[in-house]
Design a protein around this ligand. Structure first.
Ligand SMILES: N[C@@H](CCC(=O)N[C@@H](CS)C(=O)NCC(=O)O)C(=O)O
Length: 100
């Protein structure tokens, strides 16, 4: 959304190796309820989890529809995509492990 709107931002990625280092999770626990990623910092404001971040950005960047009907259509797409993603994740984790 920020790319689409031309809003500059810093994107800090946390690798799995870094995540398991002492202090990393604690750093995120301070700004999220569950200590998970992603986290959005916007000035002094902090948001998580991902869907709250998405809604916040959509509202802030005026991408959440001009009417209740438009907003409902946007919600339909977002919720459908979210359900498909959950199904995909469930299918991936249901696959037998082939790694050796
Ligand atoms: N429902 C949360 C799920 C967040 C989540 O599962 N984050 C993972 C990384 S993608 C995480 O932080 N895992 C590390 C942990 O739980 O310790 C969201 O949508 O933001």
């Amino acid at each position: 959304m920020m790319d689409r709107c031309g809003v500059p931002y810093d994107d800090e990625r946390v690798s799995l190796e870094s995540w398991v280092q002492p202090g990393t999770q604690e750093r995120f626990l301070q700004c999220t309820q569950l200590g998970q990623l992603p986290v959005l910092h916007d000035g002094k404001f902090t948001a998580c989890p991902s869907q709250a971040i998405n809604r916040y950005l959509a509202r802030k960047l005026k991408l959440d529809g001009d009417t209740p009907e438009e907003a409902a259509r946007i919600d339909e797409v977002v919720e459908t995509a979210s359900e498909l993603l959950m199904d995909l994740v469930a299918a991936i984790f249901a696959l037998p492990c082939t790694a050796k």
